[in-house]
Design a protein around this ligand. Sequence first.
Ligand code: ZN
Ligand code: FE
Length: 256
Amino acid sequence: MANLEFHQFPCLDDNYGVLVHDPATGTTASIDAPEADAVREALAAKGWRLTHILVTHHHHDHTAGIAELKAETRCTVLGPAKEAERIVGLDRGVGEGESFALGSAQVHVIETPGHTAGHVAYWIPGQATVFVGDTLFAMGCGRVFEGTYEIMWSSLSKLKRLPAATRIYCGHEYTAQNGRFCRDIEPGNAAIEARVAEVAALRAAGRPTLPTRLDRELETNVFLRTRSPEIRARLGLGTAEDWQVFAALRERKNKA
Ligand code: ZN
Ligand code: FE
């Protein structure tokens, strides 16, 4: 299969936009649309014409640019069917198990509720890449606004089962704060310690810490490490279910 090109760019305060381009067909998708200006500038910089917007969830910082971009480009807007009434400009609602063509690539929809009730991730297995919106972050995860901890844990578990070499694009640059939390929770994890230093260097140089990769997250993201004896001991949850360990971590992080 032809290779897609990916272009990530910062927007708003700490969001990322991503453009996905298929050189074979000229198809270009924006993953979410945090703000029209930043997406427009990114398109101009690459010389690409917008054909699709793939929306992960209804929050304003992921949808604010849709109306303007759609009016300008007549692009097709796909997003979670379960949030259809909350996403203005949605052309096609998608859900679990569906897949669709994006140029010469095939995109698979994974429902990842919890941050919002209808949140979806877009997985492109042929490119070993997934767009997870605000479900998973580098060394962190989204806040659970519209679901239970059990539901969010089940969503994270779906992402955990993707191939380990999967590249992960996330909605926000939160890695430095997340890393400090992970280090406090699992100080004996040398991989976290090393990554925190690396992230500090990247940020000091004004560079993004994303995309990340699933294997790195499995090593350093405490929200995916509910089996860690050190984490369980710290939380006093030696024999709890994984989702309960996750819930305790998420509650601690909410107060951090
Ligand atoms: Zn959000
Ligand atoms: Fe967000």
